[in-house]
Design a protein around this ligand. Structure first.
Ligand SMILES: CC(C)(COP(=O)(O)OP(=O)(O)OC[C@H]1O[C@@H](n2cnc3c(N)ncnc32)[C@H](O)[C@@H]1OP(=O)(O)O)[C@@H](O)C(=O)NCCC(=O)NCCS
Length: 168
């Protein structure tokens, strides 16, 4: 994979993942996990959570992915956001986040959160930094099983959703 910031912008199409995308999703996540940018996922975990995922494909190959994982009645986590390095700065990451936000609204959620080393990317999309300890359901459902707990160095970002428009 190479960095190519001069690449011309082409249409970005976000779609729901299918079982054909499982290996591509896991490879993309684990590429960045090996660089310490995100947590790794096994292929089994990827398939178990496949219905959470959106993907962007290029000639059938997964070049971007993100998952929206419901945590509680009002809360979901945006997870596993990853874009192939050669495809960066085409708007794929932002399009994947927007797809998760739209789904969060459609589901009636009032808040999304993400844990990230890239807070600036989320701030550009109007997310705000938060204290992870203010997300107790995340902490006590999942974080306490993480090898990094309680020394988590990821930054919590939140986005509060407007109530869905009842007329739409
Ligand atoms: C973060 C990531 C998903 C963004 O994907 P992308 O497709 O390049 O995103 P977009 O094209 O929508 O936006 C890219 C813009 O965000 C900016 N950006 C990326 N990280 C940033 C950061 N930490 N702070 C500020 N801006 C940032 C880029 O500079 C770029 O700006 P430009 O459009 O002016 O060139 C991608 O860099 C990635 O896969 N990183 C590795 C995995 C990772 O960190 N995932 C997040 C875990 S939650």
């Amino acid at each position: 994979m190479t960095t190519d910031t001069a690449r011309p912008s082409t249409e970005v199409r976000v779609e729901r993942a299918t079982t054909r995308d499982g290996e591509g999703i896991a490879q993309l996540i684990n590429y960045w996990a090996a660089q310490g940018q995100m947590l790794p996922r096994t292929l089994g975990e990827t398939y178990e959570n496949l219905r959470d995922f959106f993907v962007v494909r290029e000639n059938g190959r997964v070049v971007g992915c993100a998952a929206l994982h419901i945590t509680w009645a009002d809360l979901a986590e945006l997870k596993s956001l990853a874009v192939e390095e050669s495809e960066h700065s085409r708007g794929i990451g932002a399009a994947l986040v927007r797809a998760c936000v739209a789904e969060g609204r459609a589901l009636g959620l009032s808040r999304l959160f993400a844990l990230t080393y890239r807070p600036g990317f989320f701030e550009r999309l109007d997310w705000q930094q938060a204290d992870v300890m203010n997300l107790p359901r995340k902490v006590w459902n999942e974080c306490y099983r993480c090898p990094k707990f309680p020394g988590c160095d990821e930054i919590a970002m939140v986005l509060d959703l407007e109530p869905a428009d009842a007329t739409s």
